[in-house]
Ligand binder design. Structure first.
Ligand code: ADP
Ligand code: MG
Length: 625
């Protein structure tokens, strides 16, 4: 077959372009990326060989070989790993395989300088070769195949593939070093880079011209080495390799469990949110090893979805190597490891939460919304997760408040943990629904993550205290003393007026609300909308509708609450009591107040034209028109 030419996926071209301009001062990472890929390729073959030993027959010594040629100005990186066939090449070295990454690259602007930080966190893998090379050749032969293939590209828009020959299985990447990259044509420089970035790689990395074949790296699994012998830098570089990550680890959890079940875990919490965190699959990424043999990085049962931000490896001494990945997932031993890992991770997070609150806040801002999924998904650990959950609150300012602190600050007579849900903290802080709570100094949790709509109702209580939405009509503030200058509400003198007003409003609004009531909670605003008793929370209803659940769901029963102390309500009350001509005004006011309350709830108003007309009519009357 002759040479075929393919175009890079658009996103790849864009990425190559941005990388070339923005990562200039970090060019040495090309070697780390290529070695990382070579090591992954060996890991994958070692696993396949568990059931097909013929794949590694005659060459069971995995290694990565570096070769430098001054004359031809090339650097080559070879491995005897799994190799690639023609389809693999087209699929992986011409597209951006990871879906989250593809979306990310699409979102990048064309202004390279502003994207440097982003690129740095996300990494460019194989394509980083083009930072120092103006031509890259990949000669590769898949384990078990006879045919080898050559992939060639100058990184400018297309690549070619043709048949080739190769002595054994594996992959050789040949970099034709560009003028900008010529400082890397130096063995000492390359050695230093390997020690800096790739020392943790578990297989030997050797130079082709070294007669004794001594490896440049330590060449043993990092997680099996004693903690005291591992430096921060080594942990970081291992994290980047194992997690395909490019930021700093926020926390490192490295320990060995011995007993009925023995395993070692080296886990990391990233410091920044990975781009695919909110992919619907919610895949976990931790690599599973059995006695140093890589098994999979796609093991759904190793960690629950709500810990999908965790990176690193788990290496078990007890799982069987001779069963398939699928079978392994159902091994009860794996379930034990899983629950041990969850406890350990939550325990370490708790330590941070109590000893380093500021640092913990950074973690919480990045991953809190994901961790909270565990509150309703993982019954065994929901209490522990709640304990390390943090919230914005009405009285906490910019502080992240834990529930323990909330309980300690509860007011006399307060029996529930109050919360309000909405789309953003600032809007919630000015919601009329919390006015009565503010006047009593009662703290209200401000919940803004979509996941909050699910765990709160599923949970009910924390340490015996019920969670209660301020948007529910049954909230009783009468038992808690006011702390502002406002007096407790005596039986109003204008009781008759108010009763007439409530009756007129009900009549005017008909089925638009299930009830109209005098409010305990309002101190500043004339009216607000709340969910009726037993009704679905207003925002939850909206969320479910957005997800297409509307058909099956009854519409929430809304209650319009009006503030008996508000001047406008008092005035309307006396008009309602007068009856006669004024009742048209009262009826218009009822609709305007309802629409206004809807707007404050962040809801669309059903008939904006009617709203505008009523408002105009009311204004005109006010102006004596
Ligand atoms: P990543 O390693 O994060 O998947 P890369 O851009 O580094 O992304 O590599 C892309 C893909 O190309 C790899 O996932 C792998 O399938 C393939 N690949 C790269 N280098 C090799 C290699 N030396 N041997 C086998 N496959 C490789
Ligand atoms: Mg890679």
């Amino acid at each position: 077959m002759t040479k075929e030419t393919f175009a890079f996926q658009t996103e790849v071209s864009k990425l190559l372009d941005i990388v070339a301009r923005s990562l200039y001062s970090h060019r040495e990472i090309f070697l780390r990326e290529l070695i990382s890929n070579a090591s992954d390729a060996c890991d994958r073959l070692r696993y396949e060989a568990q059931t097909r030993s013929d794949l590694i027959a005659g060459d069971g010594n995995f290694r990565i070989v570096l070769e430098l040629d001054d004359k031809s100005r090339t650097i080559s990186i070879s491995d005897n790993g799994i190799g690639m066939n023609r389809e693999d090449l087209i699929e992986t070295l011409g597209t951006i395989a990871r879906s989250g990454t593809e979306a990310f690259v699409k979102s990048l602007s064309d202004d390279a300088t502003s994207d440097v930080a982003l690129i740095g966190q996300f990494g460019v893998g194989f394509y980083s070769s083009f930072m120092i090379a103006d031509k890259v050749e990949v000669v590769t032969r898949k384990a078990g195949d006879e045919q080898a293939w050559k992939w060639v590209s100058d990184g400018k828009g297309d690549f070619s593939i043709e048949e080739a020959s190769r002595a054994g299985r594996g992959t050789t990447v040949v970099l034709h070093v560009s003028d900008e990259g010529k400082e890397f044509l130096d063995k000492y420089r390359l050695e230093t880079i390997v020690r800096t970035y790739s020392d943790h790689i578990a297989i030997p990395i050797v130079f082709a011209d070294d007669k004794d074949g001594k490896s440049v790296n330590a060449a043993s699994a990092l997680w099996m080495r004693p903690r005291s012998e591992i430096t921060e830098d080594q942990y970081r570089e291992f994290y980047r390799h194992a997690g395909h990550a490019f930021d700093e680890p926020w926390m490192t959890i490295h320990n060995t469990v011995e007993g009925v079940l023995s395993y070692t875990n080296l886990l990391f919490v990233p410091s920044t949110r990975p781009f695919d965190l909110y992919e619907p699959e919610r895949k976990t990424k931790v690599k599973l090893y059995v006695r140093r043999v890589f098994i999979t990085d796609d093991c759904a049962d190793l960690l629950p979805g709500y810990l999908r931000f965790i990176r690193g490896v788990v290496d078990s001494e007890d799982l069987s190597l001779n069963i398939s990945r699928e079978m392994l997932q159902h091994d009860p031993k794996l379930a034990k490891i899983r629950s041990g890992l969850i406890k350990r991770i939550i325990g370490e997070l708790k330590k941070k939460a109590t000893t380093a609150a500021d640092d913990y806040a950074k973690f919480w801002e990045a991953f809190g919304a994901v961790l909270k999924e565990g509150i309703y998904e993982d019954h065994d650990n929901s209490e522990a997760i709640l304990e390390i959950s943090r919230f914005r609150t009405t009285t906490g300012g910019s502080e992240w408040v834990g529930l323990q602190t909330y309980l300690e600050r509860m007011k006399e007579g307060q029996e529930a943990i109050y919360y309000i849900t909405g789309d953003d903290v600032a809007a919630l802080r000015s919601s009329p629904q919390i006015e009565g709570f503010a006047s009593r100094g009662v703290e209200v949790l401000l919940l803004t993550d979509p996941v909050d709509e699910f765990w709160v109702p599923s949970l009910g209580t924390y340490k015996g205290k019920p969670f209660k939405s301020v948007a529910r009509a049954d909230t009783d503030l009468g038992k808690i003393k006011r702390q502002d200058n406002g007096a407790e509400r005596p039986e109003p003198k204008n009781r008759n007026d108010l009763d007439s007003l409530v009756a007129s409003f009900k009549l005017a609004l008909g089925g638009a609300v299930s009830d109209v009531r005098l409010s305990q909670r309002l101190t500043e605003s004339p009216a607000c909308l709340v969910a009726g008793e037993g009704g679905v929370d207003i925002r939850l209803e909206r969320l479910l509708k957005r997800h297409g659940a509307d058909g099956s769901m009854p519409t929430a029963q809304r209650v319009l609450e009006i503030n008996p102390d508000h001047a406008l309500i008092k005035r309307l009350g006396s008009l309602a009591n007068d009856g006669g001509e004024a009742s048209a005004t009262v009826s218009e006011a009822a609709h305007v107040l309802l629409d206004q309350a809807r707007i404050l709830e962040g809801e669309p108003i059903p008939d904006p034209m009617a709203f505008a007309q009523r408002l105009n009519a009311v204004l005109q009357r006010g102006l004596g028109g």
